[in-house]
Design a protein around this ligand. Structure first.
Ligand code: FMN
Length: 273
């Protein structure tokens, strides 16, 4: 079994590094393990040229993304850890995520539900913002299946090595070793039953909508407790089918742009200077 550990923090021996290393240490010894610190890769921002969307085309930017994607394909299981920055993900996660248009038409190669676990260090209690959801989303768009996700509330570099965090990290390692899902961390929060996100839109008619994976349904009340009912998956965004659907939709946008280009240029004239 080949395991890839991804650290998304510039801090040496910081909490994300401890998280990845502790999880890897608790996996079977004979498993092959590799670690990449993605914050140290050279990744350029997406140029939004859409060149990579056509069949057989790849991203036109030649940087460390190809190497990163090869490593994702190499791995059988993935461990991901990155801190909350300004209530969201660390920059390297977003830089890579935006470049994932290039895999939309390579569903076969990526959407094979490789098991993944995620640890998210953050410093201030209740300041995790959408950091957890941003990391779930990263794993989802890489075609990974998230078995468990834990918030590590530690501020100082390396504090994730304290016993309460280690217990959470060992639970993640156990889930990955056995390929078993861990229940979400907080029992009093309603999570999306498909992607575990807590970012849900609640509509006045009692419908809920997961803004991340696109699932929807109806809120029900049972014994004074709210629950999620009537699940409608739509086209699940974090799936091979969902990625192909997204890729085809963007190809449509690209075609429309080519058709309307001359007309669009006429409106653009006043904005040129
Ligand atoms: C630029 C920056 C922004 C941060 N923003 C948040 C935040 O919004 N919420 C929070 O709880 N902690 C925040 N933190 C604290 C880190 O998430 C925390 O120290 C974490 O343990 C760092 O993990 P690392 O050692 O792996 O880098 C921030 C830290 C930095 C450097």
């Amino acid at each position: 079994m080949k395991v890839l550990g991804l650290i998304a923090s510039p801090r040496s021996l910081g909490n994300s590094e401890i998280c990845v290393k502790e999880i890897l240490r608790n996996l079977p010894q004979e498993w092959e393990k590799e670690i990449i610190n993605i914050s140290r890769l050279h990744i350029e921002p997406c140029k939004a040229c859409y060149s990579c969307l056509s069949a057989g085309k790849k991203c036109i930017i030649h940087d460390d993304l190809e190497r990163f994607l090869e490593k994702i394909q190499w791995a059988d299981r993935v461990v991901l850890a990155g801190p909350v920055y300004f209530l969201g993900e660390q920059t390297s996660v977003k830089l890579i995520k935006d470049r994932l248009l290039t895999i939309l038409n390579e569903g076969e190669a990526f959407f094979n539900n490789k098991p993944c676990v995620i640890a998210i260090p953050h410093g201030i209690e209740n300041w995790e913002g959408y950091g957890r959801e941003a990391m779930l989303n990263f794993a989802g768009f890489l075609g990974l299946k998230v078995l468990g996700c834990r918030i590590i509330n530690k501020h100082l570099p390396g504090q994730a090595a304290e016993e309460d965090s280690l217990a959470k990290l060992r639970a993640l390692a156990g889930a990955l070793a056995e390929n078993k899902e861990l229940p979400p961390e907080k029992h009093d929060i309603i999570y999306c039953p498909v992607c575990q996100s807590s970012l849900l839109q609640i509509h006045s008619d009692g419908n809920w909508h997961c803004v991340m994976c696109g699932a929807s349904g109806q809120l029900t009340a049972d014994n004074g407790k709210l629950a999620m009912g009537g699940l409608d998956l739509g086209v699940p965004r974090y799936s091979k089918e969902g990625m192909e659907h997204h890729g085809q939709a963007l190809l449509g946008v690209n075609k429309e742009f080519r058709e309307k280009r001359r007309e669009i240029i006429t409106y653009l004239k006043p904005y040129k200077d």
